[in-house]
Ligand binder design. Structure first.
Ligand SMILES: Cc1cc2nc3c(=O)[nH]c(=O)nc-3n(C[C@H](O)[C@H](O)[C@H](O)COP(=O)(O)OP(=O)(O)OC[C@H]3O[C@@H](n4cnc5c(N)ncnc54)[C@H](O)[C@@H]3O)c2cc1C
Length: 291
């Protein structure tokens, strides 16, 4: 591993000035769970690491009225255990419980998770379905980035090199909206997902409304297929339509073949898990499923 200087700012202003000062030579350090591996493998070799976990208050989890604000250094475990998160974004708390193992969740931060942007992450599908906003800061001020614009490609986000994530904002999940996150691992059960699907909907009389389906790990960005969601919108749910929606997601997926399975296999499990996630959301919403 290349030798580096560890910088430990005590405010966000100080952190972003260090970023500005050291430019491409610097790298932000969150929980370090992922970065320590990348440093050892020499995938990255910065001269300066700017550790942000010592900044007081940056790990706060606040429920303000209709919004949840997750500070960027809040650990995944802290968010998973937060009463406010369990009440206002229950599916997020459930998904967090499935991330890696408790040792990883104890150190990994939500800021590091979003900045890492591996396609095999559990939270992007849920945060996309919940229409979260990523809040970033630089010396120029604050920028609010809708999650739809956050993930740009493999390990790529819209974060500029002089910016850091300071928080993630999520609207309170409406009480009428019900959902589920299903994770499928073809290797060990606490592996990164082969496919992860978040599905949300609400029941409007006997019909499905506000349908949101997002598949993760099977494309370079969290995958949402508007035409497929529209097939279920404002009508009673039927097995045939749900199966067709699964097929449409499988067709739209562009998975990478790897140790977790071939591209074809991943498309097949995408169809299955999209279908199962919709059925789980329908059960939560109390909607029955016809033919
Ligand atoms: C063994 C292992 C198993 C895992 N399994 C899973 C899994 O099953 N599912 C899953 O979803 N995830 C999994 N993860 C990933 C984990 O959820 C986190 O995404 C990862 O650890 C990054 O968080 P971190 O705080 O450790 O970030 P770090 O390792 O500190 O940093 C990661 C990247 O984020 C940048 N960064 C850190 N903080 C900020 C900030 N505030 N602003 C801007 N950039 C920042 C760093 O510069 C770096 O590029 C696993 C990780 C490990 C090590």
């Amino acid at each position: 591993m290349r030798a580096f200087d560890l910088l430990q700012p005590s405010t966000v202003d100080e952190a972003v000035s260090l970023l500005q000062q050291h430019g491409e030579e610097a790298r932000l350090l969150g929980g370090g769970a992922m970065l320590s591996i990348l440093l050892r493998q020499r995938v990255v070799a910065p001269g300066y690491l700017i550790s942000v976990t010592g900044i007081p208050g940056l790990d706060n989890i606040e429920a303000t009225g209709e919004k949840l604000l997750l500070g960027s250094t809040a650990t995944l475990r802290g968010i998973e255990r937060s009463t406010a998160v369990k009440e206002q974004a229950p599916v997020l708390a459930e998904a967090l419980h499935l991330v890696g193992n408790v040792r990883v969740r104890n150190v990994a931060t939500i800021g590091g998770h979003l900045a890492h942007a591996d396609i095999h992450l559990d939270l992007p599908p849920v945060l996309t379905a919940l229409e979260a906003t990523v809040i970033v800061r630089s010396l120029a001020g604050e920028r609010r980035i809708p999650i739809d614009d956050w993930f740009v490609g493999y390990y790529e986000t819209s974060l500029a090199s002089d910016e850091m994530i300071v928080a993630v904002e999520i609207e309170r999940q409406p009480t009428s909206l019900h959902g589920a996150y299903l994770k499928y691992c073809s290797l060990s059960p606490n592996d990164w997902p082969t496919v992860g699907v978040a599905a949300f909907l609400s029941a409007d009389g006997g019909t499905a409304a506000d349908v949101r389906i997002v598949a993760g790990s099977v494309a370079e960005r969290p995958l949402r297929v508007a035409d497929a969601e529209a097939l279920l919108q404002d009508r009673p749910l039927g097995q045939e339509a749900i199966t067709e929606v699964g097929r449409m997601y499988a067709d739209a997926a562009d998975p990478l073949p790897d140790v977790r399975g071939s591209a074809d296999y991943k498309r097949k499990v995408t169809a299955v898990f999209v279908r199962r996630a919709i059925m789980a959301a329908a059960t939560q919403a109390g909607l029955s499923i016809g033919e």
